[in-house]
Write a new protein. Structure first.
Length: 137
């Protein structure tokens, strides 16, 4: 992982902590990093696509993703970039497998807005929408 030299430590710590929590399976720590009314927009027309509003909906989205992949979903952050004004873009390699043998590996951008030490919103941009749609079908 690399970080741009214009990073804001507090914003990066919140975002990095979320990736670390998912990797460790610590869903409580992941949820605690979000404002109660936070949003997550999965920009893709698949079964998981659209805007999730609130921590419960975001956790449901993550839980469904983990369940459908039997825990194989791996979001690996590659590069963190920040504008020093509460926005953190993360180039992320996402991979997973399904029980029926389907797999995917996709380069995505997760764009975080951080306010007061917690995530306000995430916009998830998919690198190969048709492949990801087929994976989640």
């Amino acid at each position: 992982m690399t970080t741009t030299s214009t990073s804001t430590d507090a914003d990066l710590a919140v975002v990095r902590g979320g990736f670390e929590a998912v990797a460790a399976g610590d869903l409580a720590a992941f949820a605690a990093a979000f404002h109660p009314d936070a949003t997550w927009n999965h920009h893709n027309p698949d079964r998981l696509g659209g805007v999730k509003v609130g921590v419960d909906a975001i956790m449901g989205f993550l839980g469904q993703s983990m369940e459908l992949t039997a825990g194989t979903l791996r979001p690996l952050p590659v590069i963190f970039m920040t504008d020093r004004s509460g926005h953190v873009a993360v180039l992320t390699e996402v991979s997973a497998a399904r029980a029926d043998g389907r797999t995917f590996a996709d380069t995505q951008i997760l764009f975080f807005t951080v306010e007061s030490g917690r995530v306000r919103s995430v916009d998830q941009f998919i690198g190969d929408p048709p492949a990801v749609t087929a994976f989640w079908a």
